[in-house]
Write a protein that binds this ligand. Structure first.
Ligand code: PMP
Length: 410
């Protein structure tokens, strides 16, 4: 079993040219997957092939290239629909990524449905992109932002959440998997409880998409946001899933070409879904590469991805816990393959710089979660985040690197 898996990992790693390089004279160990994952050749080549063979604007031309580009781009929508099991392809809106998807909901749902004294609930675990859009909406509308607290392990306090829910709650917007701590939130329970008071739910699935299969119909979430670049796809591309009935009622987001049906100087009517939310020429190559990434992940298969990442998380946790003076931050029972840690009282940045000299890429800082760091009474953490193409040997290299950093920092 182990031998077979090793062979698979080696085969898989060969598909990533970037992983073959040396950094500072040592083989690269890439443990910054939560920031962005690496891209396999099939994804890289899909971008090259698009520009070499079918570059053309979509949805407009009658000519051969435009039709080819449109077909390839729209195939990404169908692939994304299947990837998250949406009922209809019109529920898949292409965006620049999670940040834009959340901003779209804040603007187009928020400005239509959120009024003074309404309440929006988020959690202490949120990324800034799931905090600031709601703060702006609250400033503009007079609505109130409520925060679900966490325990010291980094898990949501579900009792406190239930107490926050009232008939004033119009929206609950929470992260599915925390990028800082790896906590996997009980998304289905959150959604059920929010729905019981009539609130809508947005799931920030930026970190869920690379680690776990997503089924929006089973979850019954109203909105879901994800970014292609966290799941082996290109940067600057992602989706906003929304239930069709809700999207139909929402205001347009950006205005311009593509999102209109008819324009006169007196009145403009809007295009049907999903184009209503897709003004302007999109990132066509990005969409096509996103499909390549989805196909690739499907081919690798969730069984393999989940099993591999679970082993890396368990092994990494066990090995890091052996290091004297190392404290793991975020010890939720249900965790994805993300390990945040502190080494003695050294600044995470100093640890990160030493590891970089050894060719090991980790993330240091607040991970765009400053309110979470405030709650934990720390400035930031070192974060090692694993993908299915990482290995236990790389974790051993990390452990050696941390021991060296410990000696150097004294
Ligand atoms: N939410 C979470 C949980 C994230 O990890 C990230 C990316 N770090 C985002 C939102 C924002 O994603 P993007 O920068 O791709 O828009």
């Amino acid at each position: 079993m182990i031998v077979e898996q090793n062979i698979n990992i080696e085969t898989i790693r060969k598909e990533y040219p970037i992983l073959q390089q040396k950094v500072n004279g040592r083989p690269l160990v890439y443990f910054d997957n939560a920031a962005t994952s690496q891209k396999p050749l099939v994804v890289i080549n899909s971008i090259k092939n698009y520009y070499n063979e079918i570059n053309s604007n979509v949805h407009r031309g009658v000519h051969h290239l435009s039709q080819k580009a449109t077909d390839a781009y729209e195939a990404a929508r169908t692939a994304a629909q299947a990837f998250i099991n949406a009922k209809s392809a019109v529920e898949i809106n292409f965006t620049k990524g999670t940040t834009e998807s959340i901003n779209l909901v804040a603007h187009s749902f928020g400005n239509k449905f959120i009024k003074e004294n309404d309440e929006i609930i988020i959690s202490t675990l949120e990324h800034h992109s799931n905090i600031v859009p709601w703060q702006i909406l609250c400033e503009n509308t007079g609505a109130k932002l409520k925060i679900i607290p966490i325990n010291d392990a980094g898990e949501l306090d579900m009792e406190a959440f239930e107490n926050l829910l009232t008939e004033k709650t119009k929206l609950v917007s929470v992260v599915y998997i925390s990028n800082s701590l790896g906590t996997i939130n009980p998304a289905k329970t959150i959604i059920e409880k929010a729905h019981s008071v009539g609130a809508k739910v947005l799931l920030d699935a930026a970190q869920a998409a690379p680690h776990t299969p997503i089924d929006v119909q089973t979850l019954d979430c109203d909105f879901l946001a994800l970014s292609a670049h966290k799941m082996c796809g290109p940067t600057g591309f992602g989706i906003l899933y929304g239930k069709e009935t809700l999207l139909e009622q929402m205001l347009p987001y950006q205005a311009g070409g593509e999102m209109i049906k008819e324009v006169t100087f007196e009145k403009t009517t809007y295009n049907t879904l999903p184009f209503k939310f897709e003004a302007g020429t999109p990132d066509i190559a990005g969409g096509i590469a996103f499909k390549a990434a989805i196909d690739y992940l499907n081919e690798i298969g969730w069984d393999f991805i989940e099993q591999q990442e679970k082993e890396l998380l368990n092994y990494g946790t066990q090995r890091l816990e052996e290091i004297d003076g190392l404290k793991i931050v975020g010890t939720a029972k249900n965790k994805a393959s993300v390990i945040s840690f502190l080494l003695d009282n050294h600044h995470p940045y100093d640890v990160g710089v030493i590891l970089d000299q050894l060719g090991i890429a980790i993330r240091t800082g607040h991970h765009c979660c400053q309110p979470l760091m405030n709650r934990l009474n720390i400035e930031g953490t070192c974060r090692a985040s694993f993908a299915f193409y990482n290995t236990k040997e790389e974790i051993d290299t990390l452990v050696d690197g941390i021991l060296r950093a410990k000696r150097m920092l004294g």
